[in-house]
Ligand binder design. Structure first.
Ligand code: NAD
Length: 381
């Protein structure tokens, strides 16, 4: 059984799918590991470290992809600069595990099915207790939540903590976090550690206790509809609920020095939470960090991938924040992948794709030429 780690070619992607420590464990289990030359370079893991862990370093991507039984990646496969497609390198019957953005880019899924590849999408790992160690959305969202606060702190022309000094007393910064999922909760914890006063809001009432246990105030909005869909994710809410929400949060946005938005609804454009009108009411010098920038943004003024100043407010729309912390992002992602692979490799070290396993069943988007995910098929129809 040969596991291969591809070098990421997407611009700005600094993570790598496996780190040397994890390679050593796989090799000890009797698996062969190939790593593409320079795969770990941008996350500070050298070819020699992979070699010392027992991996073979492969220079030619076509060989690495084409002879892999399981190909591991972070970003979805790409078209290469030389015009060749990474997917075309894969052999029929091999397994690809990666973030695939299957709902945002169903064409990739179709291509993988046509190539007879068994593709598992890390976005589709169920958010269940058994799947926790494989949950790459969570491991990476947590990094993004942490980093968003550091970015905000660096951009804010103020201190975060309260300080009593000989030159006077400094009031603590007020941070408002919108969306208290994995990223939002980590942002609350990080902002609290920096000494800020934190408020948070989410349409899922179940997060209230988690928010409070982290030392933040929960801003409650009473909505008359169900806001939680299957799997615990938020639902898209009605226009009336959106309006009700905006009425409540406007005051909190206005009073905040920093607003961090993290709200997402799977498979949909990110909900608009901060309107232009709300930004206009904020104090000059305040900062918005929009973690949903890549999905269209929670703030009307966000320009994805850019830092802009609008009406005196700094609005930051970072893209792929986990990649800015590639050492730990790769370490956690590698653990997520190896946990998932344990379900795909039998005791005899043969490939097993068992759809009776709910995690494999949920994550596998293509198998034997078929697209297995109903929502992706609907997108393509
Ligand atoms: P996400 O990234 O999909 O969304 C981020 C947050 O935005 C969520 O808390 C969501 O409720 C919120 N949101 C959506 N629309 C909003 C709106 N209009 N206004 C305000 N907030 C809005 O969420 P996530 O962090 O991936 O978590 C999704 C779910 O999965 C949660 O229920 C979480 O607790 C659960 N989860 C479970 C496990 C586990 O049990 N193993 C692990 C991770 C996450």
């Amino acid at each position: 059984m040969r596991i291969a780690v591809a070098k990421e070619i997407e611009v700005g992607e600094r993570r790598v799918a496996l780190i040397p420590d994890v390679v050593a464990k796989l090799v000890k289990q009797g698996l062969e590991v190939w790593v593409e030359t320079g795969a770990g370079e941008r996350s500070f893991f050298s070819d020699s470290a992979y070699e010392a862990a027992g991996a073979k370093i492969i220079g030619d991507p076509a060989t690495l992809w084409g002879e892999a039984d399981i190909l591991l990646k972070v970003s979805p496969p790409q078209e290469r600069e030389d015009g060749r497609s990474e997917i075309d390198f894969l052999k029929a019957g091999s397994v690809l595990i990666s973030f695939l953005n299957p709902l945002g880019n169903p064409a990739i899924v179709e291509k993988l099915a046509n190539r007879q590849v068994t593709a598992l999408s890390m976005e589709l790992i169920p958010r269940t207790t058994r799947a926790q160690s494989m949950d790459a959305l969570s491991s990476q969202a947590s990094l993004a939540g942490y980093k968003s606060v550091l970015i905000a702190a660096a951009a804010l022309p103020k201190y975060f903590p309260m300080l009593t000094t000989a030159a006077g007393t400094i009031a603590p910064a007020k941070i408002f976090i919108m969306g208290a999922g994995v990223a939002g909760l980590q942002a609350i914890a990080t902002a609290r550690r920096l000494g800020a006063v934190v408020e948070a809001f989410d349409i899922r009432p179940a997060v209230k206790e988690e928010v409070q246990s982290l030392g933040a105030k929960f801003v409650e909005v009473q909505l008359e509809e169900e806001t939680v869909a299957a799997g615990g994710y938020a639902k898209e809410i009605s226009e009336a609920s959106k309006q009700r929400t905006q009425e409540v949060v406007t005051e909190h946005v206005k009073n905040a020095d920093v607003v961090i938005t993290t709200a997402q609804v799977p498979g949909k454009k990110a909900p608009l939470l901060v309107t232009e009108e709300m930004v206009k009411q904020m104090k000059p010098g305040s900062v918005i960090v929009d973690l949903a920038a890549e999905q269209g943004g929670n703030c009307a003024c966000t320009d994805p991938g850019k830092d802009i100043v609008w009406n005196g407010i700094t609005i930051i729309g970072p893209i792929n924040l986990p990649s800015s912390m590639p050492v730990h992002a790769s370490q956690l992602y590698a653990k997520n992948l190896t946990s998932l692979m344990q379900l795909l490799i039998s005791k005899e070290k043969a490939l097993q794709v068992d759809f009776a396993d709910d995690i494999v069943d949920a994550a596998c988007v293509t198998y034997a030429g078929e697209i297995r995910n109903k929502r992706v098929s609907e997108e393509l129809a």
